[in-house]
Design a protein around this ligand. Structure first.
Ligand code: PEP
Ligand code: MG
Length: 962
């Protein structure tokens, strides 16, 4: 809803001409802090393109897409000109609604204003309004929906004549609160009008709160003046709101189906009034999509309906809404169907049953989205209107989120919102549409090329080049061309081609490919942007904090690390791979901070504290100064930590704890050493596999592992064998679609289904660690660990292969200093650590997964993962058990999950007896510095304190107090 505050409305403005009026509008937007002065030019430019006159003496000036960069915050200013101003298109205006919008929010504002066009007197009333409140009320008036549903029907009423039926209908409307007493009096006085076919109509206009239509039918045959009385419609009229309902009654009469009404049930009456023919077959389907039938699933539905080759109608089962064509995207979206609501599909003819079956199956399958069954006993399909509006964040108040990547940032925000495009579905001139599309593709490619040049190599450039390639995909163009030939606009046909291709990717059921689908849509939006002349949101040239709903790993990889000072997301958790990447890039991040962060205005200053997991919008001068001081101290600490990065990692009293680095790419090993890493504590070899289009062969693998070992120069390499499945699918190793991939075929379980792959990898690792011929005496310690082991059975199966290889490969050609261990990521492995410890060489605790499985929280869950905190006492107890078991057998224990770099967790882990911490390479100097801040006794006290708490919040509180 457009909510106008009195200060948004300027009464009694005067202007000699439209230019002066527009200058005043520009000035008022600027004074309100919504725009920079340059936005004025955008407003004038827009009027030269076409007039923004809306109708009824209202114009809605807004800037061109190019001028949006001068918008500081979204908002409107209303200027009233009682004497009127002649607009440049010859229309006379009394009101300007000047809009500052960063993306396409002005379309929303526009939609909210369309109701004023229905009432011719609004212009005059706006001109004469004496208060800001009156103007606000006139502009903000919500459109009223007329009511017709099972409750407004009064079937089989024991009436003695038609008037009693009319009064029964009126009484029903009164009971429902639609009308007051005066309405009853109107109905009682007014003669009934015969509609024919035994149906009659009465109406009233007084004391109507909600326009509505009732129908009362008699329980037995009735006549009035020799004419049959089969039913009386009672209409509560208000403005034009009831008009649609009346038209539906007349259509029903025209169809001749009215006669059957009285003898039937409420559902059938509503169906006929909705426009569903008696000859139609019908099928019900429940909407399962979490966000209802929004644009994407609606599009899928329309596609399936169109494919059936016969007209299919659809309506909401609940309420008395009219049927609409299931082939019309706007109409389907306008149904506003929410999760849990039932749709009634109808079609006529021989093929109808089959067609309805196909459409309903598509709805049940989620229309391209992953859906969960609807449990009526637990869920209610809450109307959207009931949802509380999102409150903006107050200035200068800390707002909590999840600490995902340490560091502090003070910078203006850039809120990344997906732009919305409005375009006609159909266009008559296919040749012209094709020309437009070709031109837009050329323009899109040119934009990408410019970005590739700017990116100058690296991962970002690679992704953009891939986008450029996608644009030239002939199949995509061909699909769009076919759509255009069928009468679709260039925009509609292009988007349909993109959606179809993206959907096909998603159907391959693995998340890596789903990311490809996201790339396709990215590319698609770029072209749509060109076609609709909507500029995609462009980040500022100056440093900023990126605010977004959620962010995938590939988005993080694309971030411009020169300018992005911090990352703030509404959803997500600390152990999602995107958060891990943010840490690797050294970008402070707070995630899962809730959707209120999306209300931040572009350019608003923010303090982002990636350590404490909180943000402070528009800080006061004092708070800003203190944050700046902390930032300076932090930089100082980082500089000191950097200076001391090559010192051995140990506590203040000399207790040695090795600090190693986590890597996903062997080429980064040298950099890790340069940062002070004492080894690689976790090489996520799956990323190496993912970087290849097919399984890397033995030679390729040996080369890659050798690169890491060479760079390590005698330091140990802990390599984890392939850990795919779950959230890390491998395109060329498809896993059947699983309802719970995290509980499915992943890690060692999956590897053991193809032992030859595991064998090649083990062989490559062993051979890569063979002493280098030029330095045969230099050690190349190799530690191999198995992911997701649940018990000793899996370990033994893998060890059998490992042992055979040790026998097979001559000692001179393979590692000599080698150990085989397991990751402790599954609670059963921690509980059985005493059994495992007797056989393995070491343990490395993967706290990311261990937390996920112990707390039963999906680490990637958009809302819940924020609570997957490794400092939970249950997780700590499992680590304690693991260490105790390992040490009892003289084995060592590392921690390679994200917890190992958490400032509060470091002393706890050391106190629990952990021997090695493996963290992202950037964190190495800081973790080493952290170790130097406490001694072993203090660490043990902290560990005991943490173990004694009941929740992770309590653990953090207790540790922070100290
Ligand atoms: C873990 O689960 O803690 C871990 C280190 O493995 P990954 O994050 O790669 O699943
Ligand atoms: Mg793991």
């Amino acid at each position: 809803m457009l909510t106008l505050r009195p200060e948004d409305i300027l009464l009694d403005c005067r202007a000699p001409d439209w230019r002066d009026a527009l200058e005043q509008a520009a000035e008022s937007l600027h004074r309100a802090g919504l725009t920079a002065p340059a936005y004025r030019d955008g407003l004038f430019q827009r009027e030269t393109q076409s007039s923004t006159y809306l109708g009824n003496a209202i114009a809605i000036p807004h800037g061109t897409p190019e001028s949006r960069e001068h918008v500081l915050a979204t908002g409107v200013r209303v200027l009233q000109f009682p004497a009127g101003v002649e607009w440049h298109d010859g229309q006379r205006i009394h009101v300007l609604v000047a809009i500052a919008a960063q993306s396409d929010e002005h379309l929303d504002i526009l939609r909210q204003l369309t109701h004023v066009l229905d009432d011719d007197s609004v212009g005059e009333r706006l001109a004469g309004a004496g208060s800001a409140a009156t103007v606000a009320a006139l502009l903000s008036k919500a459109q009223v929906e007329a009511r017709l549903d099972a409750d407004t029907l009064c079937l089989g009423f024991p009436a003695r004549d038609a008037r009693e039926l009319a009064l029964a209908g009126a009484a029903r409307l009164r009971q429902l609160g639609c009308v007051g007493g005066d309405f009853m009096a109107d109905v009682a006085e007014r003669p009934l009008a015969s509609l024919g076919q035994g149906l009659w109509l009465t109406h009233g206009e007084r004391s109507v709160a909600v326009p509505a239509l009732a129908l009362a039918t008699p329980d037995e045959r009735l006549e009035s003046g020799g004419e049959a009385v089969k039913g009386v419609f009672c209409l509560a009229a208000q403005g034009d709101a009831h008009r649609g309902l009346l038209e539906r009654v007349l259509t029903l009469l025209d169809s001749g189906a009215a006669a059957e009404l009285p003898s039937t049930d409420a559902a059938t009456v509503l169906a006929r009034l909705a426009g569903e023919s008696a000859a139609a077959h019908t099928r019900l389907a429940r909407v399962l999509n979490a966000h209802g039938l929004h644009a994407r699933p609606a599009k899928q539905l329309v596609q399936v309906a169109r494919e059936q080759g016969l007209p299919i109608q659809v309506r909401l089962a609940e309420g008395g809404g009219a049927t609409v064509s299931a082939s019309s995207l706007t109409k389907v979206i306008n149904l506003g169907a929410r999760r849990g609501q039932q749709l009634v599909f109808s079609a006529e003819g021989e093929e109808a049953q089959q067609a309805l079956e196909a459409v309903c199956r598509a709805v049940a399958d989620g229309l391209g989205e992953h859906v969960l069954p609807f449990d009526e006993s637990r869920e209610r399909s809450m109307p959207q209107a009931d949802a509380a509006p999102i409150q903006p964040l107050p200035d200068d108040e800390p707002h909590p989120g999840v600490a995902a990547s340490p560091g502090l940032a003070i910078a203006p925000v850039f809120v990344l919102q997906t732009p919305r495009f409005d375009y006609p579905e159909r266009a008559a001139d296919a040749a012209e549409q094709q020309r437009r599309l070709r031109q837009a593709l050329v323009e899109g490619a040119a934009q990408l090329e410019a970005l590739v040049q700017q990116a100058r190599g690296g991962e970002v450039a690679q992704i953009l080049s891939m986008h450029e390639e996608m644009l030239t995909d002939p199949e995509l163009f061909e699909a769009a061309r076919e759509g255009i030939q069928e009468g679709r606009s260039a925009e509609a046909a292009w988007w349909e081609a993109i959606e179809t291709a993206a959907h096909a990717q998603e159907m391959l059921a693995d998340r890596l490919l789903a990311e490809r689908a996201a790339d396709l849509r990215d590319v698609g939006r770029r072209v749509l942007g060109v076609l609709c002349e909507v500029t995609l949101p462009k980040p500022p040239e100056t440093p900023y904090i990126l605010v977004t709903d959620d962010i995938g790993p590939s988005d993080v990889a694309r971030l411009d690390t020169q300018r992005v000072r911090g990352l703030l997301t509404a959803r997500g958790g600390a152990t999602a791979h995107s958060a891990i990447l943010a840490r690797a890039l050294g970008i402070p991040a707070v995630v899962g901070a809730g959707e209120r962060v999306l209300t931040l205005a572009g350019g608003q200053e923010l303090i982002l504290d990636g350590e404490r997991g909180r943000v402070i919008p528009t800080p006061s001068a004092e708070r800003r100064a203190s944050a700046e001081q902390r930032l300076a101290e932090r930089e100082q600490r980082e500089a000191e930590a950097w200076q001391a990065r090559f010192e051995a990692a140990q506590t203040r009293d000399g207790h040695r704890v090795e600090v190693a680095a986590n890597l996903g790419n062997t080429t980064h090993a040298a950099n890790a050493v340069e940062r002070g890493a004492e080894g690689i504590g976790l090489l996520r070899t799956e990323f190496l596999f993912m970087a290849h289009a097919r399984e890397p062969d033995l030679a390729t693998q040996i080369e890659e592992y050798r690169e890491a070992l060479d760079a390590l120069d005698g330091r140990p390499l802990v390599a984890r064998t392939l850990d795919v499945g779950g959230d890390k699918p491998l395109p060329y190793w498809p896993v059947p679609k699983e309802d719970n991939p995290f509980l499915g075929l992943r890690g060692i379980r999956l590897s053991l289904t193809r032992p030859e792959v595991l064998e090649t990898q083990l062989r490559a690792l062993l051979m890569a660690a063979a002493p280098a011929s030029e330095a045969a005496d230099k050690p190349r310690p190799l530690r191999i660990m198995l992911p997701m082991v649940k018990d000793v059975g899996e370990f033994r199966a893998a060890r059998a292969i490992f042992a055979r290889l040790l026998d097979e490969i001559p000692a001179a050609e393979r590692a000599t200093d080698v150990q085989l261990g397991v990751m402790i990521e599954v609670p059963s492995a921690a509980l059985l650590a005493p059994v495992l410890a007797a056989e393995v060489d070491f343990f490395s605790v993967g706290t990311n997964d261990l937390t996920q499985y112990t707390l039963a929280i999906d680490r990637d869950h958009p809302e819940l993962s924020a609570h997957a905190d490794g400092l939970h006492p249950a997780v700590l107890r499992l680590i304690e058990m693991t260490v105790a078991a390992a040490h009892a057998h003289g084995k060592w224990v590392g921690v390679c999950g994200e917890l190992a770099s958490d400032t509060l967790a470091v002393p706890v882990l050391v106190g629990l007896g952990v021997d090695e911490l493996s963290v992202s390479a950037r964190q190495v100097p800081l973790v080493k510095a952290r170790l130097r801040e406490f001694d072993l006794a203090e660490a043990r006290t902290q560990a005991q304190l943490a173990l004694a708490q009941a929740t992770s919040e309590a653990v953090r509180d207790a540790l922070e107090v100290r």
